[in-house]
Write a protein that binds this ligand. Sequence first.
Ligand SMILES: *Cc1c(COP(=O)(O)O)cnc(C)c1O
Length: 356
Amino acid sequence: MKNIYFTVGPSQTYPSVEKYTLKALKEEVFSMNHRGKKFEEIFLHTQNNLKKLLLIPEDYYIFLISSGTESMERIMENCVEKSSIHVINGKFAERFYKTALELGKDAQKYEATGVFFAENLRMKAPELIAFTQNDTSTGMSIPMKEIKDTAKKFPKSLIALDTVSSMPYVDIDYKYVDCVFFSVQKGFGLPAGLGVLIISPRALEKAKRLQKKNLSIGSYHSFTSLFSSALKHQTPDTPNVFGIYLLNNVLKDFLKIGIKKIRQDTELKAKLLYEFLDKSKRFKPLIEDKSFRSNTTLVVNVKDSSKKLVKNLAKKGFILGSGYGERKDEDIRIANFPAHKLSDVKRLVELLREED
Ligand SMILES: *Cc1c(COP(=O)(O)O)cnc(C)c1O
């Protein structure tokens, strides 16, 4: 019996990944020279397909790095000399904030309690405002409207968005944001080890300004270093060529389906799950306010303990995520990515119903 992974990342692999893995071996991708023409083509196609699928503006830059966590560090190094504000909606937002502190920035926290943010942000405009658009530890998602309103209130601040567990579902209005990042082991159903960082011209300018002032913006993965390599359709280091190859192929699949359909399917599956959960006696979504609930990573409190439930479902081939950190045995986490079929979500709801 094959397991179905509803874990939030790594998660279920996208169905065509098996085929593309065999194809990669046949095409000798693992031995491919990362300074050669073939790689440059893959790099260029991946960039173009990302822009097409996610509707990224033509003048934005796309960098290929190692992980979501790496993006946090790169953004803090390249966009902030002194001050940042971090909207806190869970542990991943805390990680972003901690990264800023560890790099010696004057970072401040703003607790997102589910009420309107921009109105309440009364601090002086910081250089950067960081949002975790979808925090995977709490299942709290921040609507684009909140992000837009914040950007309008602080037009001089750069806006950074962690979309690691909401891409490709989340619909971003790029003109209000400067750094958007994700990694591929979540919503793209790929093996881990590749991060995508999208930045605005304004963010690149900021990095250049800091560099001119002789401040450190990091080394091989600084924005300016990534930018000069990207001009040649390359990366400064030897990248995860196989990961990029897989991403490019899965992007082509997603483009065939269309982003609209991917978003509709995600909402339909999320609705099925939430409808059941809201009526259940044993389960309760951690986020009560529906406008802040994640459609891609559902975090659900289990009245007694989640431990036995996770075990029982695993015996049936349904692998759920446990709660995050100290909430390990209190919650379950359910991913709802493009790799999760409607029929599997329906079966999952039935299995949960039996446990209710
Ligand atoms: C998983 C995750 C990260 C970390 O991404 P890595 O690729 O594992 O470094 C960051 N933010 C969020 C919201 C995540 O879900």
